[in-house]
Design a protein around this ligand. Structure first.
Ligand SMILES: NC(=O)c1ccc[n+]([C@@H]2O[C@H](COP(=O)([O-])OP(=O)(O)OC[C@H]3O[C@@H](n4cnc5c(N)ncnc54)[C@H](O)[C@@H]3O)[C@@H](O)[C@H]2O)c1
Length: 449
């Protein structure tokens, strides 16, 4: 079989990929192990804890479908800022002609601010969106356990903490669930619903349904570091960073990714989001992480040099004042070359083929691991997660769909080659090996249940 050209997609292939996305969105709503005729818990009122970036967006998503929300923050300043941001977001929509002033007023009237945790008492669901800190979240859930009414759903918007550990501090772990919204929460279509070992079936069904009512695609995941989306994303970014350490420059990696169809390359994305996102967490993890494998710490070093991204005019690129266009910067490129030498790496030019395969195949291999462990229910759930939450080019149909199109035997052979060459991170997923041995593809795993 000939190799397919991943940079050129025919009209017919594009159509097939878009049809797959439609199919995947419908499949994601089906949960095979939920009892038939399950009654949903009524959600008439919600409390959101934490009026930050996520809390405000979640409150808007609920107000947009007519659900009253109490937005609770510990700090008066945090609450004020949060409510102000909500108002500004609605006002922008009005200014752009996307929302009537009367609708804005109606929606704003549904969002009430509070500084008291006790105001969760009449909520049918509480969604926690405070800082990403296990101790803090456990403290909040202890309070919720004491204050929320019986039968209230207790959800956390954690990006990756173990939801079982959060549920364990309550007397009602069956009511606890992960509700992983994406930023900005009032716009992004993806909602990862994370079931713990104890989450009750009607809690899962209710949150999936609420996601759909908010106009989102709800995808069910089990607990795993980074759930579905961030687990794959970790592999994508890691390889992009290793490529830069091994010989490519940031713009070379980004050019391949945009040529493949991403709206932005990963280094431009880092600069936009801020290279310091997650800096503290990473720094804390560095002391105890295993040292039998390679880690990519270049981004930390950029932060230490003050190269935080667009907000300071320099990161992986440099930016002219008032202009978001990324410019190559010899200063950072020289630094990267020096760092490779310091790490004892002999830099070698990277082909487009190697850049693309390393960025994509790490995700596909991880996707196979999620499937064999039951973290994701089906390959199409991974695809729709990527299409709706991570900007995967729609005309490629998602990473697992694309893997089938390339041919799993070919993907597996490359993963084995990368494993030989780069070790630990490329251990092939046993499921991938099995599918290849049996001459099957990911689509054969779709249960359709
Ligand atoms: N920002 C993102 O892109 C993103 C995406 C998905 C998930 N998340 C997750 O959402 C959560 C919130 O993230 P964020 O970016 O909105 O944070 P943020 O820093 O913007 O907001 C956190 C808010 O929580 C408030 N808070 C802190 N302690 C509190 C307490 N004890 N009681 C009540 N309020 C308290 C703070 O005052 C602040 O307003 C985190 O778990 C994060 O991992 C964030």
């Amino acid at each position: 079989m000939n190799n397919i050209d991943l940079f050129t997609v025919s009209d017919a292939e594009r159509e097939r990929a878009l049809a797959h996305a439609k199919f995947a969105a419908a499949e994601a709503a089906k949960i095979p192990d939920l009892p038939a005729g399950l009654r949903l818990r009524p959600i008439h009122k919600v409390a959101v804890i934490g009026a930050g970036t996520m809390g405000g967006g979640i409150a808007m998503s609920l107000a947009n479908i007519g659900v009253p929300v109490t937005l609770i923050d510990a700090s008066a300043q945090g609450l004020e800022r949060g409510l102000e941001r909500v108002k500004d977001n609605y006002a922008t929509s009005v200014k752009r002609g996307k929302l009537a002033q009367a609708d804005m007023d109606q929606r704003l009237a549904l969002i009430t601010g509070s500084l008291q945790m006790v105001d969760v008492k009449d909520a049918d669901m509480v969604i926690e969106a405070v800082f990403e800190d296990m101790d803090l979240k456990q403290d909040i859930f202890r309070q919720l356990d004491a204050l929320a009414k019986p039968g209230a759903i207790l959800a956390t918007n954690t990006s990756g903490l173990d939801v079982d550990k959060i549920a364990a501090v309550t007397q009602r772990p069956e009511d606890v669930v992960g509700a992983h919204f994406f930023s900005p929460a009032h716009i992004m279509k993806l909602l990862e619903v994370v079931r713990t070992t104890k989450t009750a079936p009607d809690v899962i069904a209710t949150l999936m349904d609420l996601g759909r009512r908010m106009g989102k695609i709800a995808v069910l995941a089990r607990i795993y570091p980074g759930f579905i989306g961030n687990a794959l994303f970790r592999n994508y970014t890691r390889e992009a960073h290793f490529l830069v350490e091994d010989g490519a420059l940031p713009h070379e990696v980004d050019q391949v990714l945009t040529k493949f169809g991403y709206a932005m390359g990963i280094f431009a994305v880092h600069d936009m989001a801020g290279n310091d996102v997650g800096y503290q967490t990473r720094k804390a993890q560095m002391a105890t992480r295993p040292n039998d494998r390679r880690w990519n710490d270049l981004i930390m070093k950029l932060c230490d040099l003050g190269r935080l991204g667009q907000k300071v005019g320099k990161g992986w690129y440099r930016y002219e004042k008032g202009n978001r266009a990324a410019q190559r910067d010899s200063e950072v490129e020289d630094f990267i070359v020096q760092e490779s030498a310091r790490m004892g790496i002999k830099r070698q030019a990277k082909s487009e083929d190697e850049i693309l395969k390393r960025c994509l195949y790490g995700m596909i291999n991880e996707g196979a691991k999620l499937l064999e462990q039951g973290i994701a229910l089906r390959p199409s759930d991974i695809d729709i997660t990527y299409l709706t939450g991570y900007g995967f080019p729609a005309h490629h149909g998602g990473p697992m769909y694309l893997a089938d199109r390339i041919g799993l035997a070919k993907v597996y052979a490359d993963i084995q080659r990368f494993h030989k060459q780069d070790g630990f991170w490329w251990q092939p997923a046993p499921l991938l090996e099995k599918l290849v041995r049996e001459g099957k593809c990911f689509a054969d795993l779709q249960t359709g249940a």
